[in-house]
Design a protein around this ligand. Structure first.
Ligand SMILES: NC(=O)c1ccc[n+]([C@@H]2O[C@H](COP(=O)([O-])OP(=O)(O)OC[C@H]3O[C@@H](n4cnc5c(N)ncnc54)[C@H](O)[C@@H]3O)[C@@H](O)[C@H]2O)c1
Ligand SMILES: C[C@@H](O)[C@H](N)C(=O)O
Length: 343
């Protein structure tokens, strides 16, 4: 009798503890890896606005600026250090993992062994961690997960994927591994294939970087040398749309998701179309074209991305078109130049 009473009492205490936890825990605790890159810093700002400053932890291997440190929690962790990641997840009671650490398409070709380690071994670490601690995990993929054998205009959600960069290979690997863990272990793996993401922050060494660099160079020097041919069409998106897509997608109930991996996009344009849109804001643009090895990468990627499945399944809808993207970038890059001064 005593035993039964004690058992009941303990259970009530347990249930109370769980419900107090549930009440207190309105927001998920989110860890962003590779968080000091182009997307991570903006992503932390966006999600901190939604879930609270201390609920979003940035991590990377880079020494943070004082602004980053003042903005919210920042921790050093190498994506190749499983135990280090494990400690953060446990100590900070992490619920969601946003995995941004990667070497992008152009830089990955310059150091394939490092790209294999960071992009593939890093993915092995985070996916095991997510499985072990039952985390919701978001891993971005890319238009670079397609190759010359894929249909390019438009590129549907499901089609041939035979990329020719180590970056693309690592992203196909991540997509497949995530889907496998979902079917095999019930892991809540979520992945969006982003196009080139445009923001005023410096890009990380990709093929779509020209669409950012052009604003910085034109506003600083009045001229830009483009490494892609003028008629190279690629899918693109302003960071505002990318982060809204990520945030909305993370909140979609599992019952609505038909897939774990979705294409998303906002627009497609060529360098000459971007220049034409910019020339409505700046007079006398001097653009020269000198294609390099990034041209071969761009020529193997989608030109127009079909995101109809994301629109259908979770109501994805882009908001920033080319005209607005140019307006936003003009304003944001000018602000950065004022803040940091001319180089
Ligand atoms: N920016 C885009 O246009 C775009 C488009 C599609 C997909 N994505 C994906 O989004 C993610 C973030 O992209 P981004 O543009 O911010 O890239 P980025 O290159 O700017 O940032 C990547 C970050 O990873 C970090 N990193 C590198 N090695 C690491 C290690 N060993 N341990 C921990 N961190 C490490 C870097 O320090 C860097 O801060 C990437 O996975 C990328 O593939 C980006
Ligand atoms: C497209 C995207 O994955 C990245 N910006 C790159 O060009 O590599």
């Amino acid at each position: 009798m005593m035993l039964v009473r004690n058992f009941c009492k303990n259970s009530v205490i347990q249930i109370r503890r769980y419900s107090v936890d549930a009440l207190k825990k309105k927001s998920p605790k989110i860890l962003i890896t590779g968080g000091l890159g182009q997307l991570g810093v903006e992503c932390a700002k966006y999600l901190r606005g939604k879930y609270g400053r201390d609920n979003v932890i940035l991590s990377d291997i880079i020494k943070p600026t004082s602004e980053i440190v003042n903005d919210g929690p920042y921790l050093f962790v190498d994506i190749l250090d499983f135990k280090g990641l494990q400690k953060i997840v446990v100590d900070h009671r992490v619920d969601w993992l946003i995995h941004f650490s990667a070497l992008l398409s152009a830089i990955g070709e310059q150091n394939v062994p490092l790209a294999v380690r960071v992009n593939i071994e890093g993915m092995h670490n985070v996916i095991e961690l997510a499985k072990q601690y039952k985390l919701r995990i978001f891993v971005p993929s890319t238009i670079g997960a397609f190759g010359p054998d894929s249909p390019r205009n438009p590129t549907p959600n499901i089609t041939v994927q035979r990329p020719r960069t180590i970056y693309g290979v690592s992203k196909v690997h991540a997509e497949l591994l995530g889907e496998y863990y979902f079917y095999k272990f019930g892991l809540d793996f979520r992945c969006l294939r982003f196009p080139g993401v445009i923001s005023s922050d410096p890009p990380g060494g990709g093929t779509t970087d020209y669409a950012i660099a052009i604003f910085h160079d034109i506003l600083r020097k009045g001229q830009y040398e483009c490494y892609l041919k003028p008629d190279t069409r690629l899918p693109m998106m302003h960071v505002k749309d990318a982060l809204r897509a990520l945030s909305e997608f993370l909140e979609v109930p599992n019952s609505k998701l038909v897939r774990r991996v979705y294409n998303v996009t906002s627009m497609s344009f060529t360098p000459e179309e971007l220049v034409a849109a910019m020339s409505r804001h700046v007079s006398d643009l001097k653009i020269t074209y000198r294609p390099d090895s990034r041209q071969d990468i761009a020529d193997s990627w989608p030109q127009v991305f079909d995101d109809s499945e994301a629109r259908r399944d979770w109501n994805w809808k882009p908001e920033v078109d080319l005209e607005n993207l140019v307006k936003l970038m003009m304003k944001e890059v000018k602000e950065k130049i004022v803040l940091n001064g001319l180089d």
